[in-house]
Design a protein around this ligand. Structure first.
Ligand code: ADP
Length: 397
């Protein structure tokens, strides 16, 4: 089947047309600055050429029209008409407690996504606008919503409740939701397949280390704990996000710097993490370069980053009473052998040893630990778009 995967932000739309019969990407592209001066459309043709052109897009409906024209273009398109497309899969960041798995979109589903938008005001409104535009322009196709939070809905209360007055959970649904669920699910499933094990009898820790980073404990195919919380700010140290801090730091900075709570949260989201600690960059390639040039703060930051990941791995091994596999994924997890090694140096107490040669041999799917006791360590490239396409097919076939 051919599935159009759509990922909409407030002013952007990313798409891929995926053939799920052979897991190939037939076309991909990006609309940027939708509704803003200078909107731009960028896509790859099937011979791999990247084309970028300024194209006026006053709203998401314009953007979807531009995408449809590119897909069906007589010269550079990949399908003759939309009749060749079987379904559309939409990425939605927050499904709250309502959505425990992907669903076929109807008016009620849109209303329910709107109802939880309070929890993701920067993300869900863009997705809803995108779904509406796609349904208007492709009314005969089934549309499926796939949620970043859904995979984590199997967590028990003891894992997702914060130790704050229970009434805040009852009144406002304040709790841990977790994000990157599509990636955690895809990577934990792949891990079981690579190891030739039944996923319902495997304890896996997935480390999704990208600009945003989160870690999850997946026991017997189900998520039992994850590091992101009510919002994607909690947990690991990230590119620009602080991850875990003492909440009292917020009011302390507010008083000292004469800032509002919202301004401090903005600093914790956008100016913290490895960017804030090094003062150099949020990009790990820049940080590694600085380390190689002898920058002490960059060295300390990498140590702090690795220590935080290792502490979560230890905690999740305890939460599952054991761990069979630890899988690294996303930009840093897949490509940065230095960080992987630094994290794994904390884990020798589990018996496991990283194999330097395998660790350093590229970014493909593979085992990177030595044979012997302890959990197997793997690199498993994530593919959120393929996972969205596969979940869409499951629902519409
Ligand atoms: P996101 O999707 O959350 O924006 P990514 O998963 O693309 O983020 O991860 C971005 C991070 O991955 C950056 O810190 C970058 O340094 C790192 N990264 C991406 N590609 C490479 C690479 N080829 N080599 C080393 N690091 C890389």
């Amino acid at each position: 089947m051919k599935v159009l995967v759509i990922n909409c932000g407030s002013s952007s739309l990313k798409y891929q047309l995926i053939d799920t019969d052979n897991d190939t990407v037939l076309a991909k592209g990006l609309c940027e600055r939708i509704g803003i001066d200078g909107s731009n459309f960028e896509y790859k043709t099937d011979d791999g050429k990247k084309i970028s052109r300024l194209t006026e897009m006053k709203d998401h409906k314009d953007a979807v029209s531009v995408v449809i024209s590119a897909l069906t273009d007589a010269d550079t398109g990949v399908v003759r008409s939309l009749d060749e497309v079987d379904a559309v899969g939409h990425r939605v960041v927050h499904g709250g407690e309502h959505f425990k798995k992907a669903v076929v979109v109807d008016d009620e589903v849109i209303k329910a996504i709107e109802d939880v938008s309070d929890l993701a005001p920067l993300h869900n409104p863009g997705a809803i606008t995108g779904i509406r535009a796609c349904r208007d322009l492709m009314p005969s196709l089934p549309h499926v919503a796939v949620f970043d939070t859904a995979f984590h809905q199997t967590m028990e209360q003891e894992a997702y409740l914060y130790a704050i007055p229970y009434e805040y959970y009852e009144k406002y649904k304040i709790r841990r939701y977790g994000f990157h669920g599509t990636s955690h699910e895809y990577v934990s499933d792949r891990t079981a397949k690579i190891l030739g094990r039944d996923k319902t009898q495997l304890k896996t820790i997935v480390c999704h280390l990208g600009n945003g980073a989160s870690i999850s404990a997946v026991k017997n195919g189900k998520c039992v704990d994850t590091s992101m919380g009510l919002t994607p700010l909690e947990g690991l140290i990230m590119g620009t996000r602080s991850g875990d801090i003492d909440p009292a730091v917020i009011t302390y900075i507010m008083e000292k710097e004469n800032l509002t709570g919202k301004e401090v949260i903005d600093i914790l989201n956008k100016k913290s993490g490895v960017l804030g600690m090094t003062g150099i960059s949020s990009d790990f390639r820049d940080i590694l370069k600085a380390v190689n040039e002898g920058n002490e703060r960059a060295k300390m930051t990498l140590k702090a980053y690795s220590l935080r990941v290792a502490k979560y791995i230890g905690a999740y091994a305890a939460a599952m009473n054991g761990v069979d596999a630890i899988s690294f994924t996303a930009g840093i997890g897949e490509n940065n052998s230095v960080v992987r090694k630094m994290i794994c140096e904390h884990l020798t107490f589990l018996g496991t040893r990283i194999d330097d040669e395998k660790n350093e041999s590229g970014s493909d799917e593979r085992i990177i630990s030595k044979e012997g006791p302890g959990p197997v360590i793997l690199v498993v490239p994530t593919n959120e778009e393929l996972s969205i396409a596969m979940q869409t097919v499951e629902l519409v076939k």
